[in-house]
Structures are given as structure tokens and as C-alpha cells.
Design a protein around this ligand. Structure first.
Ligand code: FRU
Length: 467
């Protein structure tokens, strides 16, 4: 289909559905959600000329995975986002089954997108091209087309380019599946973003002392922080263990050192980035003031996503809040971006026995809980958070099966921050030591009710809408 007819179709879908979607009480007040249709991965997260840009995998035509477009928001402050015109539509032959995930860089002052053109064939096989598009004076993106074909030795699953500059050269990591169906991350180099030289596999299943570690690694991201190099990736095919890898697909990181001359990446163990029910495909960007920010998709591409009630209102999925990353004692610490504090209204504080705590409205709220003692908190919508002195458990009923399910963290609990937004909760444990992100659908207004006889200290702020 031509670019123009695809854009017209998308526009018609937005015009027809956006009022219904906007009226949905489960729509977030301060998280990013698609006007209509399905959102998945954050793409092209970058700060350029003082504005943040966040692109995203978007099917504006249906609440289904299908031909993916790139939606686009921009913001001066990470809080108030403007929905920009559609950036990419899958109109060309080399992207016929989706403008898949990728990243953005600023090249000679020009915002430049590097993404995967995904092509599926009638026999079920597929191929992938890594493609370029550059912003023009009208804010549209002109496609250069493919700059890299499928490298030899890999299946058609080679995608999600993340590009950055190091020592005056462009570098790219790509998620890949080799011909033995092992997930890998490839490193490439280029002087001009157009001609790419493959330096090899820097990590993957069976490499660097890792055993079998998944059949495909998606959405890699590599950056340096406090003297180390961190590789984020999303391995698919890890078997669930009693206390980890509990979601269908994982998202985590390795800390190590990348030797840019040899393309060797020596790294430690894989750590999950988020222990909640919904989190995948995060992307990071450096900021002008020296921070490293991360935004993830608060979703997972498993069948459960299609049991979310917002589909009846014509939209599906949200992004996580922006998080600031630091590396402390070899571990990634994630804290809500400091800008979010500007959404806080008046503060309420309370201290005492959990079961005596006031019942607060958490429809759009930040709540902190200081305690080492057992308590349980009902968030509404069958979602419960319970600390028993050893395990923190986030429990709900699976929307598809109705069966109870839980996500867990073990450690010495001191402090929790809950960020709530109508149909989501992000729980920051011990000031960013671990995070649990999840969607849930409480009766609104959502109420937080404590039980148990442990001592707790609470702070509560309502958060102002900003999107
Ligand atoms: C991850 C992912 C990427 C792909 C995109 C397609 O969620 O599968 O690997 O580029 O989504 O929407």
C-alpha cells in the first residue's frame, strides 16, 4: 500500500477512535498511551535541541500486533508530551511487514532514525533490513532505505538496531538469531551510518561462559556508565525458575567491559531489570545533563495482553515512567526520573500499625512505605502487595485464566515507592534496588487498604495529570 493511503488509514482510525479512548477511565493521566490501537516498544529515545523525542511501535489500525508504524511524541520536560505526526509507515517493500524497533541519533544536527524493515513471505519465512530515515525541515522523515541486509549466518530474525557514537565512529548493536537458533547480539561499526562493518557477536546464548540462554535476543542497548559498559537485552526462551524469569519473555542486563578494538565484551551475570508482570523492550538515552534515562514498554508480547479491558475502548498498553539509571556496586539502580516530583500535590504523612492506616485514593498517586515489618496492602482490582519479612509478593488473578499469580522479590526491605496511574503500578524497592511494573484494573477511584500489625510510615501525594 502507498505511504499516503497508509497514513490516511491511520488518520481515519485515530479520528474515529480517539474520543472513546480518551474517555476511558483506565487511561493514564501521566504515562504515555497510544491515542488508539496497540503500542509496544519505545523507539528512538533521544534528546535533541533541548527536546526529548520518544518514538514507539504503534499499530494505529487495531489492538493487535501487525504492520507496525512509528508513533512520535516530543517533550521539553519529560512530563508534558506532544503527539507528533506519524514518523514512519510500513509502505515500502523492504518494510512491508512493519517498521520494527530501532533508535535515533543526531547526525550533523539532523534527527536520524535507524530501524528494522521487517519482511514476511507467504511461506512463513522472513527477512530483515536495517534502514535509515532522516528528518526534513517539515518534521517528516525521509527514508534512505536499507543500509544493511541480513548478515550471513543468521535467520530472518535480526532486528532492533541501537546506535551510538564512540571515538568518532558510529556503533550499532543488533538482536539476532543464528542458524542454530541461538539468541545473539551483534556489534557493527560505521563512519557514516550508511556502510556498516560487522565486528562480530558480543554476547549471546552459549557465549562468554553463558550456557543455553534463549533462541532470540531482542532490543539490545549498550552504553557506558561509571566506567563500565552495560548491555541491556531481551532474551526469549529462558525457562522459568522458582524465583526468576517468571514472565514469558525477559528483559535484563549484563555489566562488563567492551573492547571496541577487538569487539570482545567480557561480562558478568544476567540480571532482570524489572520483576513485575508487565515490562519489556526498554530503551535508554543519555541526557544533556549527564543522566542515563530508561523507558520501557509496560507490556509483554504474550497472549495475556489481549485480555486487558482497554481493548473495548480501542487502545492497548502504556509506557513505564522515565527512570534514571545509576550503577552502584556493579548493579543497575533505577529511580523515577526526578522531573516526576513536579507532579506531586500536597503531601500527607501517617505512621502507625498497618491495619489502622487511612484508606487513600491511589488513582493517580505516589505512596511511599517505610517499614521492615510485615504488612499487606490491597491496591484494588485483585492486586495485593505483601511483605512477610523475607519475601515481597505482588499477587493478582491472571486475567485470562482467573488463576492466582505472583511476582516476587527477596531481600531486606526498608522502603517502597508506589507510582500509580489508573491502571498501572510501578513499585520501586529500597530506593531503586529492584522494580516491579504491572498493569491492573481496579474499581475506580482506586483505594489502597493496609492490613497487618507491623509498624509502617507512609507518605502520599496525588499526582497531577500531564498527558
Ligand atoms: C519486541 C519486538 C521487537 C520488534 C518489535 C515489533 O517487543 O518484538 O523485537 O522489533 O517488537 O513490534
Amino acid at each position: 500500500m502507498s505511504e499516503v493511503s497508509l497514513l490516511k488509514q491511520a488518520l481515519r482510525s485515530v479520528v474515529a477512535g480517539q474520543v472513546t479512548a480518551a474517555r476511558d477511565p483506565y487511561r493514564p493521566g501521566w504515562h504515555l498511551a497510544p491515542p488508539v490501537g496497540l503500542l509496544n516498544d519505545p523507539n528512538g529515545f533521544v534528546q535533541h535541541n533541548g527536546r526529548y523525542h520518544l518514538f514507539y511501535q504503534w499499530n494505529p489500525l487495531a489492538c493487535a500486533h501487525g504492520a507496525k508504524f512509528w508513533g512520535h511524541w516530543s517533550s521539553a520536560d519529560l512530563l508534558h508530551w506532544r503527539h507528533e505526526p506519524l514518523a514512519l509507515a510500513p509502505a515500502q517493500e523492504y518494510e512491508s511487514h512493519g517498521c520494527y524497533s530501532g533508535s535515533a541519533v543526531v547526525d550533523n544536527g539532523q534527527l536520524t532514525l535507524i530501524y528494522t524493515g521487517n519482511v514476511k513471505y507467504p511461506d512463513g519465512s522472513r527477512t530483515a533490513f536495517q534502514c535509515l530515515a532522516r528528518e526534513n525541515e517539515r518534521g517528516e522523515f525521509d527514508k534512505t532505505g536499507p543500509v544493511l541486509d541480513l548478515p550471513a549466518g543468521y535467520t530472518g530474525h535480526v532486528r532492533d538496531p541501537k546506535v551510538w557514537q564512540h571515538d568518532g565512529q558510529w556503533h550499532m548493536v543488533l538482536g539476532a538469531q543464528d542458524l542454530s537458533l541461538q539468541g545473539k547480539v551483534l556489534l557493527l561499526r560505521s563512519a557514516d551510518l550508511l556502510a556498516w562493518e560487522t565486528l562480530g557477536e558480543i554476547a549471546g546464548s552459549g557465549l562468554n561462559g553463558l550456557g543455553e540462554f534463549g533462541y532470540m535476543w531482542e532490543c539490545p542497548d549498550l552504553f557506558s556508565i561509571t566506567g563500565s559498559d552495560v548491555l541491556i537485552c531481551c532474551p526469549q526462551g529462558l525457562a522459568a525458575q522458582s524465583d526468576r524469569y517468571l514472565n514469558t519473555f525477559q528483559s535484563g542486563y549484563f555489566v562488563g567491559q567492551l573492547d571496541y578494538a577487538t569487539g570482545q565484551f567480557s561480562h558478568g551475570d544476567f540480571h532482570e531489570l524489572d520483576l513485575g508482570f508487565e515490562f519489556y523492550a526498554p530503551q535508554t538515552t543519555p541526557t544533556d545533563d549527564g543522566r542515563r534515562l530508561l523507558i520501557g514498554w509496560m507490556g509483554i508480547p504474550d497472549g495475556d495482553e489481549f485480555y486487558q479491558p482497554t481493548i473495548e475502548q480501542g487502545w492497548l498498553h502504556i509506557m513505564t515512567c522515565p527512570r534514571e539509571l545509576t550503577l552502584e556496586n556493579g548493579k543497575i539502580i533505577q529511580r523515577p526520573a526526578r522531573e516526576l516530583q513536579r507532579l506531586r500535590g500536597e503531601e500527607q504523612v501517617w505512621q502507625g500499625i498497618a491495619q489502622d492506616a487511612p484508606v487513600w485514593d491511589i488513582t493517580r498517586a505516589e505512596v511511599t512505605i517505610g517499614t521492615e515489618q510485615p504488612f499487606s496492602a490491597d491496591l484494588g482490582g485483585n492486586m495485593t502487595l505483601a511483605w512477610d519479612g523475607e519475601w515481597l509478593r505482588l499477587m493478582r488473578k491472571n486475567r485470562r485464566s482467573g488463576e492466582p499469580e505472583q511476582r516476587i522479590w527477596r531481600g531486606a526491605l526498608r522502603h517502597l515507592t508506589l507510582l500509580c496511574d489508573s491502571s498501572s503500578v510501578e513499585i520501586f524497592i529500597n530506593d531503586g534496588d529492584a522494580v516491579m511494573s504491572s498493569r491492573y484494573f481496579p474499581a475506580l477511584p482506586a483505594r489502597l487498604t493496609f492490613s497487618g500489625d507491623g509498624q509502617i510510615a507512609l507518605r502520599h501525594w496525588s499526582l497531577t495529570d500531564c498527558v
